[in-house]
Design a protein around this ligand. Structure first.
Ligand code: GLN
Length: 297
């Protein structure tokens, strides 16, 4: 791969540095906008501050790590979030690292959907497979009276999630374990269970971009049984952890809507389940009120 450094040696104005880096990324089939995000990071400025500084010279101290990061991203696909150490979710910054899935915009839609559809503040919420803690923390902020639990199989992920909860000033009870098991073990009953579990079939690994398959943790991406394993596990345990008329919200793969909905309906014949599409018109959420027919979600 050609180097960016040589081309930028004599450049010093920010707009020029940015333009060259964006073109370099584009030529290497990467998202050009990454240049803006990384420059913002190394300068320690907001997006609007970046635009105010366009005519300013860029110091060596910023230029060197910036160029290195651009080249590394172009070459390996390392996600911007792993370089900067944080990701934005629902308007807030969350720490991320190689032990946690990077938040996706679809999950912001899941939060929006929950806030829109739940009529009253839930009393007990549980986020299953919390990763960075985005769902648990964002819901704790949206429903300040609720008691929030979050589980994850990975202690390393829970460390990241704990840090995020603390930084954003909420109390979340983090529990280590497989899906719903930590709740079952403690006889915790929730009136809302939310999860964005791993849902990709391992056979699909080759079709994922290097940014995803080489950097997001495998156990956050892939599940057994054509990607349905996590839903199967959770649905089997739901009767032990749900209060009457409790809500379930699952983020799903876009081809899993019908199957997950019928899995839920088979386990809870009285449930009222629905599929919701994301901004791209793809099935993305399966939700249900369990044991309470007649409600529309
Ligand atoms: N719940 C976390 C998120 O939505 C992690 C999801 C996962 O690792 N599959 O980002």
């Amino acid at each position: 791969m050609s180097k960016l450094v040589n081309k930028m040696e004599n450049e010093s104005k920010l707009h020029e540095v940015l333009r060259r880096a964006s073109l370099f990324l584009e030529k290497n089939n990467r998202e050009p906008k990454v240049a803006e995000l990384l420059l913002q990071h190394f300068l320690g400025v907001s997006r609007s501050e970046l635009f105010m500084k366009m005519r300013d010279p860029v110091s060596e101290a910023v230029l060197m790590p910036f160029q290195q990061a651009i080249e590394c991203h172009a070459e390996t696909g390392v996600p911007v979030e792993h370089i900067t150490g944080y990701a934005s979710f629902f308007g807030r910054d969350f720490h991320v690292n190689g032990h946690t899935l990077i938040p996706r915009p679809e999950t912001e839609e899941l939060i929006q959907h929950i806030i829109r559809t739940v009529p009253n503040e839930p009393i007990t919420i549980a986020d299953i497979g919390t990763g960075t803690g985005i769902i648990a923390v964002t819901l704790a902020l949206a429903f300040p009276e609720a008691e929030v639990y979050a589980t994850d199989i990975s202690e390393e992920a829970l460390d990241v999630a704990r840090q995020n909860a603390e930084q954003l000033g909420v109390t979340v009870n983090f529990l280590q374990g497989d899906y719903l098991k930590p709740l079952v073990d403690r006889a915790i009953q929730a009136d809302m269970i939310v999860s964005n579990p791993p849902y990709i079939a391992s056979e699909e690994k080759m079709s994922l971009s290097d940014t995803v398959k080489n950097f997001d943790p495998e156990h956050a991406l892939f599940a057994e049984e054509q990607g349905l394993g996590a839903y199967k596990d959770m649905i089997a345990e739901l009767p032990n952890v749900m209060k009457q008329d409790g809500y379930v919200f699952f983020e799903i793969g876009h081809e899993q809507g019908k199957t997950v909905k019928s899995m839920l309906e088979n386990a809870f014949p009285e449930s009222d389940a629905a599929i919701t599409q994301d901004m791209n018109g793809k099935d993305r959420i399966v939700s249900g009120i369990l044991g309470s027919p007649g409600h529309e979600l």
